[in-house]
Ligand binder design. Structure first.
Ligand code: ADP
Length: 450
């Protein structure tokens, strides 16, 4: 904080009532008063230095003494401890009124007395509540009446005569009427402005409170949603993990039954066993995929540099059987080294390449191309195939859990592969989408921040 800021904040600490609500009209009235006091001290020198000089030349020592009093008063208002804001404001107004009266007394029409009286009446309407709006107007009436009485009784004639045919009292009445008219206008108009401001401040405050309440509700909802999500994931994990054991038993005993007793069973019974084993196998696959889904996106390993060329080679090696079986070609182009979790990215590429192989056309060997472009701080990876394609209306749906477009006997699957990919990619700050045409092929796009 520099010197000027320190000076201003010390004045604000003294001239703004403690404990008032920020943004209320009372706060702004006090704030304006504090700003005026902090600027009045240095700026008053502009008026006082030439004023004192001329007053000494003209022998007006009363003005000189008053200037000294005014400066001392301003210092007390801004810096003395232990004075309430109400007294500081009263003292400030008193000094301004005194300035107006002293200047009128010593300099008459030739001094800036009227200007001070008008300025203080505007200032008072601003820094005091609206119910006191006309008090400055009434004080001005009293001052004008006092001076009028003095002129009427033959005092101060030399300062208020203007060498014309007009009598000093007539000229005083005409001049002070203008002052009273202007101060009445300000006493009437400024409160209108401050009422409008007050209304808009209240409205703003109300809106802010509503917004804060909404934000809090949203935060609570968010926490609730996160908790529920965690619970659900935990449930999926526990259910799929614990179901594996009894399922293994069912499959095991069914296989035993088949092995040991099949010669004694008729054809129908054997078919029933076959269907039961098949059902159990499919259930196992669903459970394994569910378990994988509940774990997706969470990793204990640390982020490492991964060469995607090597990663795709690993996936190709894992899928060797099906690649050979289908005579598939897998090409890779310009794959970069990215930072990430190896097992997660392996799962992503495995699921996407597996799908490209699975959803190939029966009469055409699959051709899969994996390529990458660098785009504004992220990698844009694409995995395209020449498979059966996807209708546009399913472009979003296929990323949802258990959403499949084909019956199990046509294409095997559990409908979890793409949901797992999405769940891995999004927490990494990436995104995934598909572009496809039926009968031509599909391209899955993944973006990953660099
Ligand atoms: P699953 O393959 O086990 O059914 P996925 O979540 O991997 O589950 O895929 C969801 C659906 O999206 C699939 O059932 C399939 O209809 C469609 N799909 C995914 N990949 C492709 C692809 N490369 N070509 C055509 N359809 C696809």
């Amino acid at each position: 904080m520099n010197q000027w800021q320190r000076y201003r904040s010390s004045i604000e600490a003294r001239c703004i009532s403690p404990g008032i609500q920020e943004n209320s009209m009372t706060f702004w009235r006090d704030k304006l008063f504090a700003i005026t006091v902090s600027f009045a001290l240095p700026l008053s020198l502009i008026a006082i230095i030439p004023g004192v000089y001329i007053s000494i030349l003209g022998g007006l020592y009363g003005v000189v003494y008053f200037d000294i009093f005014a400066i001392t008063g301003l210092i007390i208002i801004g810096h003395s401890p232990g004075m309430t804001v109400v007294w500081r404001k009263l003292f400030f107004c008193f000094i301004l009124y005194a300035a107006g009266i002293v200047l009128l007394y010593f300099l008459g029409y030739f001094g800036p007395g009227f200007i001070y009286l008008l300025a203080i009446s505007i200032f008072m309407v601003i820094i005091y509540p609206n119910k006191f709006a006309f008090s400055s107007f009434f004080i001005n009436i009293v001052i004008c009446f006092g001076f009028g009485l003095a002129i009427y009784n033959g005092y101060l004639i030399d300062r208020f005569s203007n060498n014309s045919n007009v009598l000093p009292l007539q000229s005083w009445v005409a001049n002070s009427a203008n002052l009273l008219f202007l101060s009445a206008v300000f006493s009437f108009l400024i409160p209108k402005l401050s009422s409008g401001l007050q209304a808009s401040l209240l409205q703003q405050d109300k809106l802010k409170k509503e917004l804060d309440a909404q934000k809090q509700d949203l935060e609570k909802l968010n926490i609730h949603l996160k908790d529920k999500n965690k619970e659900l994931e935990q449930f999926a994990y526990i259910a799929s993990h614990d179901l594996q054991e009894p399922l293994r038993m069912v499959t095991g005993f069914l296989s035993q039954l088949d092995k040991k007793y099949s010669p004694q069973l008729d054809e129908k019974a054997q078919q029933y066993i076959f269907l039961a084993v098949d059902g159990a196998k499919r259930m196992r696959q669903i459970i394994v995929d569910l378990l994988e889904f509940s774990r997706a996106g969470k990793s204990e390993e640390s982020r490492v540099e991964i060469d995607l060329n090597h990663l795709v080679d690993d996936v190709v090696a894992l899928q060797k059987n099906i690649i050979d079986e289908k005579n598939a070609v897998v090409r890779k182009k310009d794959l970069p080294v990215v930072k990430g979790y190896k097992s997660m990215l392996l799962q992503v590429f495995q699921n996407l390449i597996n799908n490209a192989l699975k959803y190939s056309k029966p009469d055409q060997p699959p051709e899969i191309t994996i390529s990458c472009e660098s785009l504004n701080g992220s990698w844009n990876i694409s995995i395209s195939d020449n498979g059966i394609g996807i209708e546009e209306k399913y472009f979003e749906q296929i990323f949802k859990i258990f959403n499949r477009l084909h019956p199990k006997d046509v294409y095997e699957g559990t409908g979890l592969g793409l949901a797992i990919v999405k769940k891995v990619i999004e927490p990494l700050g990436g995104s995934i989408w598909v572009e496809s045409e039926i009968g031509i092929g599909s391209t899955f796009f993944i973006t990953l921040p660099k």
